[in-house]
Design a protein around this ligand. Structure first.
Ligand code: FES
Length: 267
C-alpha cells in the first residue's frame, strides 16, 4: 500500500519513474550479475585456489590484527585481497579458501561477498560503471542515464561491452544524493591497485563523455560534471563560514578550545 502511494506521487512528479516500480525493479546487477552462483570454467568449487606468496604475506599481516578466536573478522579484508589477486573479482574457490583460513562456514563468506556490492563474483571489464538507482538519483534521471549508457556501450545492465573495457551495473545510494544523478566507476585496469571514483550532477551527455574520456586514456575530473563546486547550491555557501585568514580553517564546532564569542559565524 505504502509503495503504491509513493509510486503514485512520484509518477506524477517525474516521468522517469513511470517504467519503474518497487515491485518490478530489475534485480541488482553490478559485477555480481546474478545473486546465485553459476559455475563457469574458471569459477567453480572443484578448482584449487591459493594466495600467491606475496598475497599470503599480506594475508598474514591481516590475520595478525585479530586474536586467534576472532579470525572471522578477517573475512572482508581477505575477500578484498582475493579480488586484487584475481584482477577484479572473487571466484567461488577463493571464497572457500577464505572460509578455511578464517575457520567459518562457507555460507558466512558467501554472505559477505553478496552483501558488499564492491565484491564482484564474476569477472568484470577494466572499468565497472555502476549507476546509482536509489530514489533521489531516480528522480533526477538515472533511468535515462542507464538507458543511454546501455545504448552507447551496446550492452545491457549487468553485462560487459564487446571490448571488455566497461561493465555496466547499478548500485544503491552512495551518499552523494545532493549531486544526483551519479555513477561510481571502479577502475580495475591496473591490478592490484584499484580506484573508485564518483561522477556526479550527470546528464546523459556528460555521462557518455566521462566514459569516452576513459576510453581515450584520459582521466575525467571526478565529482560534479556541471561545474559547481562540491555540492554548493546556486546561492553559494550559506553555512560553515570560517575565520578569514586563519591558518587552519575548520568548523567552530570542531574547535573544542574556542571561546564562546569565537563560535559566532562570521560572514
Ligand atoms: S540516491 Fe544516488 S547517491 Fe544517494
Amino acid at each position: 500500500m505504502l509503495s503504491r502511494t509513493i509510486r503514485s506521487v512520484l509518477t506524477k512528479t517525474n516521468k522517469c519513474f513511470v517504467n519503474r516500480t518497487f515491485t518490478n525493479c530489475a534485480p541488482r546487477f553490478s559485477g555480481n550479475a546474478l545473486l546465485e552462483h553459476v559455475d563457469t570454467d574458471d569459477n567453480r568449487s572443484e578448482l584449487p585456489f591459493d594466495f600467491t606468496p606475496h598475497y599470503w604475506e599480506e594475508a598474514n599481516k591481516i590475520l595478525a590484527k585479530y586474536p586467534p578466536h576472532g579470525k572471522q573478522s578477517a573475512t572482508v579484508p581477505l575477500l578484498d585481497l582475493a579480488q586484487r589477486q584475481c584482477k577484479g573479482y572473487v571466484p567461488i574457490q577463493a571464497m572457500h579458501k577464505i572460509a578455511e583460513i578464517c575457520g567459518v562456514p562457507r555460507k558466512q563468506v558467501y554472505e559477505n561477498a553478496t552483501f558488499y556490492a564492491m565484491f564482484n563474483r564474476t569477472p568484470v571489464g577494466k572499468y565497472h560503471v555502476q549507476v546509482c538507482v536509489t530514489t533521489p538519483c531516480m528522480l533526477r534521471g538515472c533511468d535515462e542515464i542507464m538507458e543511454a549508457l546501455e545504448k552507447h556501450l551496446g550492452c545491457k545492465n549487468g553485462e560487459t561491452d564487446s571490448e571488455g573495457l566497461f561493465t555496466l551495473g547499478e548500485m544503491e545510494c552512495m551518499g552523494a544524493c545532493v549531486n544526483a544523478p551519479m555513477v561510481v566507476i571502479s577502475d580495475y585496469s591496473n591490478p592490484p591497485n584499484f580506484s573508485y571514483d564518483f561522477y556526479e550532477d550527470l546528464t546523459v551527455e556528460s555521462a557518455i563523455e566521462v566514459l569516452e574520456k576513459i576510453r581515450r586514456g584520459q582521466k575525467p575530473t571526478v565529482g560534479p560534471q556541471n561545474g559547481r563546486p562540491n555540492s554548493l547550491g546556486p546561492q553559494g555557501r550559506t553555512s560553515l563560514f570560517f575565520d578569514k585568514g586563519s591558518e587552519v580553517q575548520k568548523p567552530y564546532c570542531r574547535d573544542i578550545n574556542a571561546q564562546p564569542e569565537n563560535k559566532e559565524q562570521k560572514k
